[in-house]
Design a protein around this ligand. Structure first.
Ligand SMILES: C[S@@+](CC[C@H](N)C(=O)[O-])C[C@H]1O[C@@H](n2cnc3c(N)ncnc32)[C@H](O)[C@@H]1O
Length: 303
């Protein structure tokens, strides 16, 4: 077992260039295999993230007729919200690293009747879109998985017209997202891997250190940068529904446990369930989460 495994599950090696590519190849494979599960939990995700998603769209300046870039769009749940807001006169480009999840996003947009949604497989750090071609950009729960999030933000900045707005959503500090901490620490322990620094680039909580994402936004060239923390408990009927969600779609945890035989993995899931029971309420289960919505704007003067 590789004890130098990084947050996406591959050995970083000595060459940052090639390790970034290896990291992304591993990330793509993980999300290709978790894609169906993530898409299958769309209803739960919508209940959990619906209000924060509306806030994200408003903070990015998504409005009727706008051209909007959706980065790390996954199966396109927030893409549908954006498509509804911009209307048929607008345009949405939903991009993601995983071809399997992009195909699901394309199907979801088509089923919703949104002909103004386009989908494309693209690394968020190298989008390949023309300079200054969008009015707004959003990125929901994706940027923290980038090995170089500053480069991802530079790409969004480049894609925006002067004066265009961006808003990203990421998890905040570990203490405010205890379920993720429990899942990760239990998975690592059972896999015989050392505890990880949660703030290492590419991990679930990597952009949660206070002030960090704001400084990345400024380094990428954005103006009027502001972060709002939002309390977003994940409410489900029981802890078993949460375990079911994680088992079906939480690719970083699945990747770590994928190295174990089924008896050892079952033991890990049992311990996670036991520890997560603590969030059982009188009428169900509520896992605390805090999200950071960070907004910025490209300067009105072309740079
Ligand atoms: C937690 S999912 C979020 C999906 C969607 N935005 C949502 O909120 O439902 C994370 C997504 O980030 C994508 N991703 C990870 N690294 C990426 C990268 N470097 N470029 C583009 N997408 C990436 C994954 O493929 C996955 O679809």
């Amino acid at each position: 077992m590789n004890s130098s495994i990084d947050n996406a599950g591959n050995d970083p090696g000595n060459d940052p260039g090639s390790s970034g590519q290896a990291f992304k190849a591993s990330m793509r494979a993980q999300w290709d295999s978790a894609a169906e599960g993530w898409n299958g939990h769309a209803a739960a995700l919508r209940t959990w993230l619906g209000k924060p998603t509306e806030a994200m769209c408003a903070m990015a300046g998504v409005r009727a007729g706008a051209r909007v870039l959706d980065v790390a769009a996954g199966a396109g749940d927030q893409t549908l919200t954006v498509a509804q807001a911009v209307g048929a006169q607008g345009h949405v480009l939903a991009t993601d690293l995983s071809p399997v999840i992009v195909a699901l996003a394309r199907g979801n947009a088509a089923r919703a009747g949104f002909a103004h949604v386009e989908t494309r497989v693209a690394d968020g750090e190298d989008l390949g879109v023309p300079e200054a071609s969008f009015d707004a950009a959003v990125c929901r729960l994706g940027l923290m998985f980038f090995p170089d999030p500053l480069q991802g933000l530079r790409e969004m900045h480049r894609a925006l017209r002067p004066g265009g707005g961006v808003c990203t959503m990421v998890f905040s500090r570990p203490v405010k997202n205890p379920c993720l901490t429990i899942l990760m620490s239990t998975a690592l322990k059972h896999a015989g891997l050392p505890a990880r620094d949660p703030f290492v680039a590419g991990g679930l909580l990597s952009l949660g250190r206070p002030g960090h994402i704001d400084s990345l936004f400024r380094s990428a060239g954005f103006q009027d940068v502001a972060t709002t923390a939002i309390d977003a408990p994940f409410r489900l009927p029981s802890v078993d529904h949460y375990i079911d969600f994680v088992r079906g779609s939480a690719s970083p945890i699945l990747h770590i446990l994928g190295q174990l035989d089924s008896a050892a993995a079952d033991a890990a899931w049992r311990e996670m369930r036991e520890r997560l029971m603590t969030f059982t309420t009188h009428d169900g289960w509520a896992g605390p989460n805090e999200l950071l919505l960070t907004a910025g704007r490209r300067s009105k003067e072309a740079t």
